[in-house]
Design a binder for this molecule. Structure first.
Ligand code: GLA
Length: 361
């Protein structure tokens, strides 16, 4: 009986309340023996109630958009540092870890990047020198703040018949751009941890291709430290075995693992943009809440088991008040993928995750 008392007492003491006002601890404290825990943020979220929530709950942040090629380097000879500077200062002043996202990606690129003055495609030499210039400037600027960079984002194709995604990077430079991006980042900051970051990393076919690419970089002696598993998941999947297999295989490459963009959509996975149908439900029903709790519980059980290789877990956005999944891919549809509700309060799923952690121990 005595043991039962201690288990109950421990559980009650560790029960998170509705919000920071009730609980001196945040996610970062509950997970302190596991991994860093964080969120992606916009520059305006470094002040006000969202900033308070971030500081209470998280110990690592990522710039949601402010460090991407397009926003930070809109013209060939002009960098726009303000947004990223604000986020870097917020991290520095508050002792938060900062992940850099992202140096080489096919999306959110500026219009000048792939073309010359005549509007025609640049050649490989020019594109690689632009990439080097970009990486060197951005990595140097945040060298004292950013400890880990997503160097290349989403280079693997989702198409079963294709290995690498067909992008201007690939078409102009061939596969070599991957190795070059890592080399340039390493030269700019030899201390920074360098990651390859992607989504659907648990898909068996895509996983094989990601592993092939990483092994090829490793065989060439390219400095790559880790894999960023984005983790844009859904209440409908992936399941525990799929996650377990994927994480174990990436671990076997000897890489660090960061979960970089975690959220659990309350809709089935879909990627094509469309309008919401007139009678399409978008309420966060009791059934969906339950499924989301179960899915987050499964996810964190797997992540906790792999705490030795998983160094950091970052949510993509802070709360359901503002998430990139609102209106994406379905215009007019609200989503509820995070641990905090539209009023920034902890959702019941938060308590469920913490209770699961305590049981594990
Ligand atoms: C990808 C990118 C992120 C972000 C999300 C959607 O996962 O890596 O930077 O753009 O899509 O917000």
């Amino acid at each position: 009986m005595y043991w039962l008392f201690w288990i109950l007492a421990g559980w009650l003491a560790a029960r998170p309340g509705d919000g920071p006002q009730d609980d001196p601890r945040g996610l970062k404290d509950y997970f302190q023996d596991y991994f860093l825990i964080g969120a992606s943020i916009a520059p305006f979220e470094t002040e006000g109630p969202v900033a308070d929530l971030i500081l209470h709950e998280f110990n690592t942040i990522t710039a949601e958009n402010a460090m991407k090629f397009g926003p930070i380097h809109p013209e060939e000879n002009r960098f726009k540092w303000q947004g990223a500077d604000r986020i870097a200062a917020f991290a520095r002043l508050n002792n938060l870890k900062l992940r850099g996202h992202t140096l080489c990606w096919h999306n959110q690129t500026p219009s000048w990047l792939f073309i010359n003055d005549e509007g025609r495609s640049v050649n490989k030499e020019v594109l690689l020198s632009r990439l080097k210039h970009h990486i060197t400037e951005v990595v140097h600027r945040y060298q004292n703040e950013v400890y880990a960079w997503d160097v290349v984002n989403e280079a693997i194709s989702d198409n079963p018949d294709e290995y690498l995604r067909i992008t201007p990077w690939l078409t102009v430079c061939g596969e070599e751009y991957l190795a070059k991006a890592f080399q340039y980042a390493h030269e700019a900051d030899p201390e920074a941890l360098l990651f390859y970051n992607d989504y659907n990393t648990w898909h068996p076919e895509k996983r094989v291709k990601i592993i092939r690419m990483i092994r090829s970089l490793q065989a060439q002696g390219i400095p790559i430290d880790g894999i960023g598993i984005q983790g844009h998941w859904s209440i409908y999947g992936p399941d525990e075995a799929q996650l377990e297999t994927a994480i174990s295989e990436y671990e076997a490459l000897g890489l660090l693992i960061h979960i970089t963009e975690l959220d659990v959509s309350v809709y089935p996975p879909e990627s094509k943009r469309r309008d919401k149908l007139p009678d399409e439900p978008d309420a966060f029903t009791a059934q969906k809440q339950k499924m989301q709790q179960e899915q987050y519980d499964r996810i964190f059980r797997v992540l906790a088991r792999h705490r030795n290789s998983i160094q950091s877990v970052t949510f993509w956005n802070v709360s359901d008040q503002r998430t990139w999944l609102d209106h994406f891919p379905v215009r007019g549809r609200k989503n509820y993928p995070l641990l905090f509700d539209t009023s920034l309060r902890r959702k019941p799923v938060y308590t469920k995750i913490i209770a699961g952690l305590i049981q594990e121990n």
